[in-house]
Design a protein around this ligand. Structure first.
Ligand code: ADP
Ligand code: ADP
Ligand code: MG
Length: 241
């Protein structure tokens, strides 16, 4: 409709794909349209987030509709919460069946920041997120039960290749690649192969995938069109090809 077109224009949201849900007019729509847990709205509020950012307006509904997504939006535009909120909604509550969401980040520092945001936004839900620091802690954590894993790809691939594997990802429903443009850059120790290995291990038929980055990268787009399922592309700001 004209109203939706205007909302996208106002926030410089460009979309590509089929059956794309409407962007959010406000965070309250998460309650009214998507029936998310009220705790999530409370946590958004206590973070001081008043209005969703452009990427949050469009990426959150796409992910709530369980669609694979490739999203590009500038640094500082709130991409972290854009993928965290739909994950928290889908996982809903703690279950002792192992990891159900995995977030890959290019550095440990970034992974740590993402984990902090998960913890803030998941308050009151009981969902448990973790970060694998060292092999020793990985061993301990693999036995405990966590719902969400934030890690670097190197570390995850290493832990999957141990015999028996130190982490299990067969029930993962969401695989997120943050800063995918950086990870796909040349010289990152074969990220494509690592991602391939991680995909193979994430064998649940309920698996959905999301790629987030700050810049448009041709190789990421090609990879997404080849490997993702009926992908929705979301760009905020100019598509800097
Ligand atoms: P990006 O990953 O796109 O670079 P971040 O997710 O790191 O951006 O978010 C940048 C900053 O904006 C963070 O401090 C975050 O807490 C804040 N932020 C996220 N969403 C909102 C919002 N809706 N309103 C206000 N601030 C927000
Ligand atoms: P990153 O955390 O990004 O992988 P590192 O520079 O610490 O950064 O890389 C170490 C990598 O070496 C690990 O990610 C893993 O792939 C591999 N590795 C080799 N031996 C071990 C080990 N004993 N414990 C954990 N990782 C190991
Ligand atoms: Mg980010």
């Amino acid at each position: 409709t004209e109203e939706i077109r205007q909302l996208r224009n106002k926030h410089h949201i460009h979309v590509l794909g089929t059956d794309i849900p409407d962007p959010l007019g406000s965070f309250e729509e998460l309650l009214t349209h998507y029936k998310v847990q009220p705790e999530l709205l409370r946590n958004i509020d206590s973070q001081g987030y008043k209005e969703p950012t452009g990427i949050q307006r469009q990426a959150i509904p796409v992910m709530l509709n369980e669609r694979d997504i490739m999203a590009c939006a500038p640094t500082g535009s709130g991409k972290t919460a854009a993928f965290i909120l739909p994950i928290l909604h889908h996982l809903r509550k703690a279950e002792n069946c192992g990891f159900r969401a995995v977030v890959l980040a290019p550095t440990r520092e970034l992974a740590r920041q993402i984990l902090l945001e998960f913890r803030k936004l998941s308050k009151g839900t009981g969902l448990r997120s973790c970060f694998i620091e060292k092999e020793a802690t990985a061993l301990k954590k693999a036995k405990q039960n966590f719902d969400i894993l934030v890690t670097t790809p190197n570390r995850l691939v290493y832990l999957l290749q141990t015999e028996p594997p130190l982490v299990c990802v067969k029930d993962v429903e969401w695989l997120i690649v943050d800063e995918s443009d950086k990870l796909f850059e040349a010289g990152k120790r074969g990220f494509r192969d690592q991602l391939g290995a991680i995909y193979t291990a994430c064998s649940s038929p309920k698996l959905h995938r999301a790629m987030f980055s700050a810049t448009f990268a041709q190789d990421v787009e090609e990879w997404c069109r080849l490997n993702l399922d009926n992908v929705v592309q979301v760009y905020v700001g100019a598509k800097n090809t």
